[in-house]
Design a protein around this ligand. Structure first.
Ligand code: A3P
Length: 338
């Protein structure tokens, strides 16, 4: 359990090389820790958030499996929570100038980077005004005890997506990123395979061997907690958000403790948030047409099609059936379906 890991976290540097290793996923080596495959470089960050992160009672954590709507959720939560200071229709809104990932950070990330550079970057979080919005790709079982404890009033919003679309989105993202990296590095980067067939990505995904995988266990951990403590964990579905963004933004605002007033609704504030955070608007924004995020990933690469069911254009029916069978087998009886 969470508590018994405390010892492991204290000595993570020694533990990491002993953990099962997966090197076939571009672009980072993964290690299996407590049932999940995580980038090796993140594990020291996981240890840091467990031992050093100080939660605040009004913290909001945005959690997701990669390529499941993280960027959208970051934008929506940021725009909703900060709407008094930054009206969504404001032409100078931070989300029009910067990538959502630069407005809301992954809390395991700067710590991980600072561990490797010897800095103390978690001060970044100390400096943020309350209420803070932080994001994470960590599975629920790996969130620090201090964050999930009943005594902590901080809240968690999870967004989940059909695993077939998350897989395809991740594969295309990786292809684009590795192509850009190879180009930028003059093709000298040995870590990046020149080709990464979808079949390979599919096999690894089905084996749970991808960042945050197995996807279905990632989803299940948050799903079960959202059923057990609906006031603590809000469970959103990407497909539902696409179908009805308005209602989902309202749910998000209520859950975060800043519901839209009737006056705001009448004045079109909810619509303005939805519009500001829409794929097209973010894609077009100044901050996303160029530049890269902290990890050197092109800002533009976070915005592609934003559709439900795009997997049909990439996976064969046989591949889809095989993945569905794995996922359905695990989610059976949980009350969650895709
Ligand atoms: P596709 O590749 O299927 O288009 P993440 O943000 O977790 O990395 O997920 C990326 C996926 O979310 C991509 O899916 C991307 O296009 C989509 N996306 C990004 N911003 C979005 C937005 N504002 N609205 C809807 N989908 C968005």
């Amino acid at each position: 359990g969470r508590r018994s890991w405390a010892a492991a976290f204290g000595d993570m540097a020694k533990l990491i090389p002993t953990l099962p290793l997966e090197t076939r996923c571009p672009t980072v080596p993964l290690r299996q820790f407590s049932g999940f495959w995580l980038p090796e470089m993140i594990l020291s960050g996981v240890a840091a958030v467990h031992t050093r992160f100080e939660p605040r009672p009004d913290d909001i954590f945005l959690a997701s499996f990669p390529k499941s709507g993280t960027t959208w959720l970051k934008a929506l939560a940021f725009a909703t929570l900060n709407r008094a200071q930054h009206p969504p229709s404001d032409p100078g809104h931070p989300l029009r100038l910067r990538n959502p990932h630069d407005c809301v950070s992954f809390f395991e990330l700067p710590s991980a980077l600072s561990e490797s550079t010897g800095g103390a970057q978690e001060d970044v979080f100390e400096a943020l005004p309350s209420p803070r919005v932080l994001a994470t790709h960590l599975p629920y079982s790996l969130l620090p005890e201090r964050v999930v404890a009943d005594s902590c009033s901080g809240r968690v919003v999870y967004v989940c997506r059909d695993p077939k679309d998350a897989l395809v989105s991740g594969w295309l993202f990786m292809k684009k990123h590795t192509a850009a990296t190879a180009k930028g590095a003059g093709g000298e980067d040995d870590d990046v395979p020149p080709t990464y067939p979808l079949q390979d990505a599919f096999e690894l995904f089905c084996a749970g061997r991808c960042v945050g995988g197995p996807q279905w266990l990632h989803v299940l951990g948050y799903w079960e907690e959202s059923r057990r403590r609906p006031d603590k964990v809000l469970f959103l579905q990407y497909e539902e958000m696409l179908r009805d963004p308005w209602t989902n933004v309202k749910r998000l605002a209520e859950f975060m403790g800043c519901p839209f007033t009737v006056e705001e609704e009448t004045a079109g504030t909810v619509d303005a948030v939805v519009e500001l955070c829409s794929l097209d608007s973010l894609k077009r924004s100044k901050g996303n047409r160029s530049g890269t995020t902290i990890l050197g990933i092109e800002n533009a690469s976070f915005f592609r099609k934003g559709a439900a069911g795009d997997w049909r254009n990439h996976l064969t029916p046989e591949m889809a059936a095989r993945l569905d069978e794995i996922v359905d087998g695990v989610l059976q009886g949980s009350g969650l379906t895709f």
